[in-house]
Design a protein around this ligand. Structure first.
Ligand code: CUA
Length: 170
């Protein structure tokens, strides 16, 4: 089959572009540990604050010593607005919304998830660098969208105290 030279150039160029796109996705997925969340858990959006999972939002430690952060997104705030977690420790985030779709993003980290009313988004990550991180809403949710921000403090493990007084034991 005779293929015109220009046709050949475009075929190879398209192939090279596909490889570059797949390659960059793979680099971010494996190198940057960026994955789409796959957890499916539902909740009644009208009863989030009385649901036992979110009646006391914030950081907690379960019986096996794992750290959890429970956060509620609503127009136009994250509840609670400030969290403190230990560095270099897996933290599992559970986030839901009461009203519209929000986007939970911890800037300069791979902690990010869409937050949809009726669902509990979940992801686990660890923060190696202690410091203060900005939490924003990256999904347009209304007139106050740009004011919907929070703060994540990451402190060295030895300085971190589990809320409630017990020491984090990881
Ligand atoms: Cu919440 Cu934008």
């Amino acid at each position: 089959m005779k293929v015109d030279l220009y046709e050949k150039i475009w075929m190879w160029a398209s192939g090279a572009m596909l490889l570059a796109f797949f390659g960059s996705s793979a680099v971010m997925a494996f190198g940057g540990a960026i994955h789409p969340p796959s957890h499916v858990e539902t909740i009644d959006p009208a009863r989030v604050l009385t649901d036992p999972r979110f009646s006391r939002p914030g950081v907690s430690v379960d019986e096996s010593g794992r750290v959890h952060a429970r956060i509620v997104g609503l127009m136009f705030a994250w509840l609670p607005a400030e969290l403190v977690v230990p560095a270099s420790t897996p933290v599992t985030f559970h986030i839901t919304a009461t009203d519209v779709t929000h986007g939970f993003q911890i800037v300069r980290t791979n902690g990010q998830s869409m937050v949809i009313p009726g669902y509990v988004s979940q992801f686990t990550t660890r923060f190696t660098e202690p410091g203060e991180y900005l939490i924003v809403c990256n999904e347009y949710c209304g007139l106050g969208h740009h004011t919907m921000a929070g703060k994540l403090g990451v402190v060295p493990q030895v300085q971190w105290r589990a809320p409630g007084g017990e020491r984090g034991n990881q």
